[in-house]
Design a protein around this ligand. Structure first.
Ligand code: ADP
Length: 395
C-alpha cells in the first residue's frame, strides 16, 4: 500500500482484518490502494491493481455511466452506498462478473481527494434473495389456488344451503303429513291406508337421500376423489333394482316398460355408476311426464357399443335450452314446477365419460325425450362364441 507509507502499520492491520474489499481511487479514477480481500475478490495478485484504472474491475458496459457517476460523486464529496437495490456487477481478472455492493467514502489527504470503496460480494445474498422470491411466488400461487378452492367450496355450501332449504321442505312436509295421518289410522281394517302413507314416506326419504348423494357426488367429482370399481355383473339384476325403486315414484297410471332382451346380458362396468345414471334418467322421465304415460327402457347392441335408452312421453326440453341440459344446476324453464336441483344429469354424464361411456339425448317439447347411455364394448375380452356382452372401462 504505497500511498500510506507513514501510517501503514495501523492501516494494514485494519484493512487486512476486514472481509470487504478496499479499493482507493484518486480523482482520475486510478487505483492507488487495495487490501488483500479486494485483490482476492477480483482475482489479482498482490498490488497488481495499483496504478490501473478503476475500469478494469468494472464490466465494459457500465464504463461511461460509471465514470461520470464517480466524478460527479467526488465533486459532491458525500458518503454513499452503491449497488443497493440495483444490479451492480464487478469484473474479475478472468472476465467473470459477480454482483457487488459498494460503499463509497470520499476523503482528503495531503491536499488530494480520494475515494475509498468498500466492496462486498453479494452473490450468496442475491442467490438467497432469488430463492426467497421463488419461494414467495410458489407460496403465493398455492395460497391463491387454496383461496379459489375455498371460494368454490363456499359457493357450493351456499348453493347447498339454499337448495337444501328449498328442496328439503316439500318432502319433509309430505313426510310430516303422512306421519300425522298414519297416527290417526288406528283401526285394524285401515292397513291399506297405513301402507299408502308408509310408501309415501319411503319415497320422500329416498328423494331426500338422492339430493344428498348428488351433492356428495359433486364434491367428490370436483375434488377428484372418485374410485371406480369395474366388475362383471348381470344387467337384468341392475335394471330390476333401479325399476323397483322407480316404481315408488310413478304417477297414476304411469308404467315402465322393461327391456325384454337382457336376461343373459353380462356387462363389465362400474355397476354403481350405471345404476346412478339409469335411475337418474328414469326418475327424470317419471318426474317430467304426465300421468297415464309409458316410460320405455330399451337395450340395444351394435358392433362397438351397447346402448341403454330411456324414452318418455313427457314435457320435453325446449330447443333453445337443450345445449345447457348437462350444465350443473341448470333447469329448463318448463321444468320448474317439479322439484329438482339440476345436478343429476351433470354428474351422471361426468361419471360415464370418466369411464369411457357417454350420455346424450333427443327431445321435443310436449312430445317427449330419449336419453341414451352409450358404453363401448371391450373387444379384447369379448368371447366370440359366448352370447355374453362384455365391455369395460376405457379411460
Ligand atoms: P333436476 O331434474 O334435479 O332438475 P337433472 O340434472 O336431472 O336435474 O336435469 C336437468 C334438467 O334437464 C331438468 O331440470 C329438466 O329441465 C331437464 N330434463 C331432464 N330430464 C328430462 C326429461 N326426461 N324430460 C324433460 N326435461 C328433462
Amino acid at each position: 500500500m504505497p500511498m500510506f507509507q507513514k501510517n501503514s502499520d495501523i492501516f494494514n492491520i485494519l484493512a487486512e482484518g476486514i472481509s470487504e474489499g478496499i479499493i482507493v481511487v484518486n480523482t482520475k479514477q486510478i487505483i492507488v490502494a487495495t487490501n488483500t480481500s479486494a485483490e482476492q475478490l477480483f482475482g489479482y495478485e498482490k498490488d497488481e491493481l495499483i496504478g490501473k484504472s478503476l475500469n478494469v474491475i468494472i464490466p465494459t458496459r457500465y464504463h461511461s455511466q460509471h465514470t461520470s457517476h464517480v466524478s460527479n460523486f467526488i465533486d459532491k464529496g458525500k458518503k454513499r452506498r452503491m449497488g443497493q437495490g440495483m444490479d451492480l456487477n464487478g469484473l474479475r481478472k478472468n472476465g467473470e462478473e459477480f454482483p457487488v455492493e459498494a460503499g463509497l467514502n470520499p476523503f482528503k489527504i495531503y491536499g488530494d481527494t480520494y475515494v475509498l470503496a468498500l466492496v462486498t460480494d453479494i452473490t450468496e445474498r442475491k442467490n438467497y434473495t432469488l430463492k426467497l422470491e421463488q419461494t414467495v411466488q410458489e407460496r403465493t400461487k398455492q395460497l391463491t389456488e387454496a383461496l379459489i378452492k375455498e371460494k368454490e367450496l363456499n359457493e357450493l355450501k351456499t348453493r347447498f344451503l339454499s337448495l337444501v332449504s328449498h328442496e328439503f321442505k316439500t318432502p319433509l312436509s309430505g313426510i310430516l303429513t303422512s306421519i300425522t295421518l298414519l297416527s290417526k289410522y288406528t283401526k285394524t281394517e285401515q292397513q291399506e291406508k297405513r301402507d299408502k302413507h308408509i310408501a309415501t314416506i319411503k319415497s320422500k326419504v329416498r328423494q331426500l337421500n338422492t339430493i344428498l348423494s348428488d351433492f356428495l357426488s359433486v364434491e367428490r367429482l370436483d375434488s377428484g376423489k372418485v374410485n371406480y370399481n369395474i366388475e362383471k355383473f348381470a344387467l337384468s339384476k341392475l335394471i330390476n333394482e333401479v325399476i323397483y325403486d322407480a316404481n315408488m315414484l310413478l304417477k297414476t297410471e304411469q308404467h315402465i316398460q322393461y327391456p325384454d332382451n337382457i336376461d343373459e346380458v353380462q356387462i363389465t362396468f362400474d355397476e354403481k355408476i350405471l345404476g346412478l345414471a339409469l335411475s337418474n334418467l328414469i326418475n327424470n322421465a317419471i318426474k317430467y311426464s304426465p300421468e297415464q304415460t309409458t316410460i320405455k327402457i330399451i337395450f340395444r347392441r351394435e358392433a362397438e357399443y351397447i346402448y341403454l335408452e330411456v324414452i318418455d312421453q313427457g314435457i320435453g326440453i325446449p330447443k333453445s335450452q337443450q345445449k345447457h341440459i348437462f350444465d350443473r344446476y341448470f333447469r329448463a324453464e318448463n321444468a320448474l314446477l317439479s322439484q329438482g336441483t339440476g345436478i343429476g344429469l351433470n354428474i351422471a354424464k361426468q361419471h360415464l365419460e370418466n369411464l369411457g361411456a357417454s350420455l346424450y339425448f333427443e327431445s321435443e317439447e310436449n312430445v317427449g325425450s330419449t336419453f341414451t347411455i352409450r358404453i363401448p364394448k371391450n373387444q379384447e375380452t369379448k368371447k366370440p362364441k359366448d352370447d355374453e356382452e362384455t365391455f369395460t372401462d376405457r379411460r
